[in-house]
Design a protein around this ligand. Structure first.
Ligand SMILES: Nc1ncnc2c1ncn2[C@@H]1O[C@H](COP(=O)(O)OP(=O)(O)O)[C@@H](O)[C@H]1O
Ligand SMILES: [Mg+2]
Length: 260
């Protein structure tokens, strides 16, 4: 595997400075109140989810296959509206928000999809550059940060490759690079290390850790206990059959009214 040894953490420079503090939300970036999600006419896939995530937190979401992790993340990154309940994101009610405002909200969220969703006709380089281009970064300012990011994930030599010619693990690393490069306010990653070896998983987690240190709130769905134990300050959320358990007490963070 080709790393750039000693390469600087790619997030340390190059990315646009565009932080907006979330004001008036009591430090919570996400708030769910009695949220339920039902696909079709069956039983609810997610029921009575009430919790808040604090701005700048690092959360692992665990639970058996089919527990609803991907469904919960899809609510978080606005790919899915809930069947009931209230969701506030960045201090605003996103359930009743007009559709035309959603794309602007989505740009503040970096997503690592479980199935990668790279743009098939674009090279690895252009996939990773995409969020910076959307944010209006000039072409001449792209090569540095995109090149460094590709090197960090061990793909400096594959910059011009199309997704179809990359392995599953390589595609996953491109997807991660794309999700973090513009330093989103919220990063949502769905089993982001499922296709890479343990050494690369550690390296990718280091990227999430650095992003979190820069202020991004991070939510990672994973089964990998090794990964979880490597971020000491992270909080654990556990989903079981559509209900959220809270083994470390992370969800009792204010402003939950239950605390009052
Ligand atoms: N688009 C969908 N339509 C119908 N059922 C779905 C859909 N997506 C997920 N489900 C169902 O919801 C449940 C939770 O799935 P998912 O959120 O993918 O769980 P996990 O990510 O924890 O494995 C499963 O029973 C799954 O079959
Ligand atoms: Mg899933």
């Amino acid at each position: 595997m080709v790393y750039a040894p000693g390469a600087a953490m790619p997030l340390s420079r190059g990315a646009p400075e565009r932080w907006r503090r979330v004001l008036g939300t009591g430090g919570s970036i996400v708030q769910f109140d009695n949220v339920g999600l039902r696909y079709g006419t069956g039983a609810e896939t997610l029921s009575d989810l009430s919790f808040s995530l604090r701005e700048g937190g690092f959360y692992f979401l665990t639970g058996p296959s089919g527990a609803g992790k991907t469904s919960l993340l899809r609510l978080l990154y606005l790919a899915q509206r809930p069947s009931r309940g209230l969701i506030r994101l960045f201090g605003e009610d996103i359930v009743t928000m007009p559709r035309r405002r959603l794309p602007g909200f989505r740009r503040r969220i970096g997503v690592v999809f479980q199935d990668f969703r790279l743009v098939p006709h674009l090279s690895a380089y252009d996939n990773v550059a995409l969020p910076l281009r959307v944010a209006g970064v000039e072409e001449r300012d792209l090569a540095g940060p995109v090149g460094e990011m590709l090197s960090w994930v061990g793909l400096g030599h594959r910059a011009s490759a199309r997704p179809a010619t990359l392995s599953g693990g390589e595609q996953q690393r491109v997807a991660i690079a794309r999700a973090v490069i513009a330093r989103p306010e919220l990063l949502v990653a769905d089993e982001p290390t499922g296709n890479v070896d343990p050494e690369m998983a550690k390296r990718l987690l280091h990227l999430f850790d650095s992003l979190n240190n820069l202020g991004t709130t991070v939510v990672v769905a994973t089964h990998d206990l090794h990964l979880i134990s490597s971020i000491g300050r992270a909080d654990m959320l556990r989903l079981d059959r559509g209900e959220l358990l809270d083994p470390t007490g992370a969800l009792r963070h204010p402003p939950r009214r239950a605390e009052a």
